[in-house]
Design a binder for this molecule. Structure first.
Ligand SMILES: [Zn+2]
Length: 102
């Protein structure tokens, strides 16, 4: 997830123009809600429903400055003020050295 091509994204929001992906210069970005994860000590925090523009070709994700600022604010607050919307169980695996499994 990176912050880039802000002016093009804002223009696209206003007039529905197509925005070419900055990374692969092939895909046209589409609006999509994405998710990301942060570590808070030993806890893994997942933020979902993040508004973004996503390249269907290479998968690069772009967020507006406002969105990046919102995520920074949530992180700075220790994710405390938002409360927990949901919980999920994730598998936790021990690393296996490839030399031992062959
Ligand atoms: Zn792309």
């Amino acid at each position: 997830m990176k912050v880039s091509i802000q002016e093009a994204m804002e223009a696209a929001t206003v007039n529905g123009a197509h925005v070419l992906c900055d990374r692969c210069e092939t895909g046209l970005l589409i609006e999509k809600a994405i998710r990301t994860a942060f570590w808070r000590g030993e806890d893994l925090i997942i933020i979902r429903n993040i508004p973004a523009m996503v390249c269907p070709f290479c998968g690069e994700e772009y967020v507006a400055d406002r969105t990046a600022n919102g995520l920074d604010r949530m992180r700075a607050a220790g994710f405390a003020s938002t409360g927990s919307a949901d919980r999920m169980v994730v598998p936790v695996l021990n690393y296996i050295d490839p030399g031992l499994s062959e």
